[in-house]
Design a protein around this ligand. Sequence first.
Ligand code: SF4
Length: 475
Amino acid sequence: MLDVLRYFERVTRPVDPLTKEMMSNRWSELPDKVRTRSQAIGRHGVGCEGTHGVFPRCNFACSPCYHSASANRVRTDGEHTISEVAKQMSFLERVRGPRAHAQLIGGEVSLLEPEDHARAIQVMRSHGREPMSMTHGDFSYEYLLRFAVDEEGKRRFKRVSFAAHFDTTMVGRKGMRVPEREIDLYEHRREFAKMFQRLKKEHGVRYFLAHNMTVTPSNVGQIKDVLKDCQSSGYNMFSFQPAAFIGNEKRWKEDYREFSGDEVWRQIENAIGTHLTYSMVQVGDVRCNRTAWGYFVGDRWYSVFDEDDPDDELARDAFYSYLGGVHFNAPPLLLALRLTRVILTNPTIVRVGLAWLVRRVKKAGGLSSIVGKKIVPMTFVMHSFMDASQVMPAWELLERGVWSEDPEILATQERLKACSYAMAHPEMNRVVPACVQHSVFDPQENVVLESLLPLPKRVVKTGVLHTDEAEARGA
Ligand code: SF4
């Protein structure tokens, strides 16, 4: 009996003690300038994670492409994927704690057999990761069905998460091989989301969809076309990545430094028709990430916390203090028990939460303005990868424990230290920032994988033709 009570006490703790310890470690590693009141790393989680070297190949030819030139010479192999994902996730669980969001990323995930894709997701979940599959979105409903539902018609997952990349930097999509304008991809974006709506209707599988766009001088002015009707298109996150000089040099086609992050953010704000607050919740270094958490009421977007409202600042601080580190994707009953414990030990959270809710209703124009309107959670993100030419020297100095005297390299070092996107190297007993993975480790890693997983001759030929054709078309 005592053992049962002890177990109950342990599993209903609002935050796992190991999670607390890992968050505190992460906080202490952050550079001073990002340890702000709004910083989420170390106060709500340890940051995001991603896989590498598990399926490097892709059947598109994007410009830019962050993968090294040799990535497409590596065969996609289900067994290799599962075993590498297991090693990386097990390591992350050990060194970063029992819970985190993690991206299943290569390469193109849908080149995996759907059953292998599903197994990789299950392995990630078994290590406490909340996985998201990163894809170009060019697969069929049949693929999605085989991924989400087993041979006996039983769903494998109650909920799935995908991030789909759609933009004019990509070459190879069926029915839109070389898109010229972002608006030309509008139907493809919607059709992708519709597959998940159908999956939910037919098999009860819930979903979270993010939309990714690489931003270049050629398409920065078309962000409004990407965000056309975004509140009703099925996505709950739009993420913009200003292009960087990383990966395959043959795919660098423009001066990606012609515009600033401010310009990208302005374009998103113009499209949404309102200011997008990103100072209230910071994820790592603001030069890497801007995140505006909010929701649409009808066609108007509202921020979860307003930056000009001191009460919202207090509500944000209360969230971090009392709910920071809570695993909100836990099974509903377990989550309810954990939240009950939070309330019993910190009853003030109820007052703060209700006051916050009342303010949200008022901001939206009162109850009468909300009733009958659709409320859609929507987050806007800008993630700015860094150029390999900056990352390589910055990392080399960091490895020697030296801070650069060059202001640009120093800024890169600070950003790497505050990185919110980690990749695991169990063989070296360490995690590295994704920028470092792509700039420093990917090229050598893919050369090793090329001999470990060579392409069959037929595919080598197809791959070469595919890439040459795309490059000849100016991709
Ligand atoms: S260091 Fe690189 S990978 Fe890490 S958050 Fe910054 S831009 Fe992203």
